[in-house]
Ligand binder design. Structure first.
Ligand SMILES: [Zn+2]
Length: 394
């Protein structure tokens, strides 16, 4: 066997994310950074390197399918004001835009790197990273480039999303004029530079209209980008139905989703990505996780770590716990939503978020023996060993 081949074995719970129910101990063969085989230890091919994980709970590396890491500055004062009764208008985004535009490459890259390290330290091996605090062609391209550089420095899987339509910048004459700039100038530049895999938009009351959203996302599809959407968070606008109609890979937030929206998602291939962190911090209602699951929709859980509404990086273990407590999911469903569901939300189903033959060997052994710990020890379950593409992270 070559040096890049090794066997992991254990007698604890193995969630692939479906529970392994074969003979114990189990074994996972990793070869060339991929999962080559999973089954009973007694049937495994021997390799030179065998690592025994004992009784530890083992899962795929977590997939955090929604984050906004390209910022500097602190908006804790806004959070305090909101919790004291000030409404959430999203206006604080422009405060972060001013700070991010003023930050040097080194300062912004190092802020992003620190956030990616926090994700990896908490068991996330794939993280989606949005731009959206630049809001000009040059700044959005710069932020996407710095996200890519930070990802290389940290050795974590990153999926980049262009979110030029996060807010309307102060220099734009109107939301419509800015939407035209996003569709006709920014998106072609992002696509030509190969700077992002997805295009996202904040389609909500006070932000981008359904018309502007359709224009921008159709342009993105025409340029070969995947599409995703912030939708039905602040108001029920029908953004979810638009996302389904356009074939979006994921539609995110959904705090205001009603039965019609649930039905639209259940009959589609669009993943419902739920974000309990900002839902708690904003006290703006909870997404209908139980109804979505019962209707047969694919559900992902992600953190939405960002500058203004949920500032915690490395929060995915807590997000799983919140899914299982606050959102009414079972712990197994919540863990699945944070692994295979997250992968589906990034168009990476079968390659990430699963311990399956041919998937990247992204694995976490936790300081827990059962996944119930994510609920019982809310926010305090930690990796003891992590592998990413077959390489152990330390
Ligand atoms: Zn977001």
């Amino acid at each position: 066997m070559s040096a890049d081949s090794f066997l992991l074995t254990g007698r604890g719970r193995l969630l692939r994310p479906e529970p392994y129910d074969g003979p114990m101990p189990w074994a996972i063969l990793v070869r060339g950074g991929l999962i080559a085989w999973v089954g009973a230890r007694a049937e495994a091919t021997d390799t030179d390197t065998i690592t025994d994980l004992g009784e530890a709970l083992v899962t795929p590396g977590l997939v955090n399918a929604h984050t906004h890491p390209a910022y500097v500055g602190d908006r804790s004062d806004e959070a305090a004001a909101r919790l004291a009764g000030a409404p959430y208008t999203g206006g604080g985004i422009l405060r972060t835009v001013a700070a991010a535009r003023a930050a040097s490459d080194d300062v912004l890259r190092s802020a992003i790197e620190g956030r990616l390290r926090a994700e990896l330290a908490a068991g996330t091996t794939t993280v989606e990273c949005k731009s959206g605090y630049g809001l000009s062609t040059a700044e959005e391209l710069r932020h996407l480039r710095l996200i890519g550089e930070a990802a290389e420095a940290v050795s974590i899987h990153v999926v980049r999303t262009f979110l030029g339509a996060h807010a309307v910048p102060p220099e734009a004459a109107s939301a419509d004029e800015y939407a035209a700039t996003v569709a006709e100038e920014m998106l072609p530049a992002v696509a030509a530079a190969g700077a992002a895999e997805f295009c996202d938009i904040f389609c909500d009351q006070g932000f981008f209209s359904l018309e502007a959203t359709e224009r921008i996302l159709r342009a993105a599809v025409g340029l070969g980008l995947g599409i995703r959407m912030h939708a039905d968070q602040l108001a029920r606008t029908g953004a979810t139905e638009l996302a389904v109609r356009l074939g979006a890979t994921s539609v995110d937030h959904l705090e205001q989703l009603d039965a019609a929206g649930v039905a639209a998602l259940a009959g589609s291939r669009t993943v419902a990505t739920l974000l309990p962190g900002p839902a708690v911090v904003l006290r703006g209602g909870l997404p209908p996780a139980r109804a979505l699951l019962d209707a047969g929709a694919t559900v992902a859980l992600a953190s939405d770590a960002n500058a203004g509404t949920f500032g915690t990086w490395g929060a995915m273990p807590m997000v799983i716990g919140l899914g299982a407590t606050l959102l009414g999911m079972t712990v197994g469903e919540a863990l699945m939503a944070a692994t295979s569901g997250g992968a589906a939300a990034l168009g990476l189903g079968g390659r990430r978020g699963a311990i399956a033959i041919g998937a990247d060997a992204d694995l976490v052994a936790w300081d827990a023996e059962h996944e119930g710990a994510f609920a019982l020890h809310l926010g305090a379950v930690h990796p003891v060993r992590t592998w990413i593409a077959g390489a152990e992270w330390s």
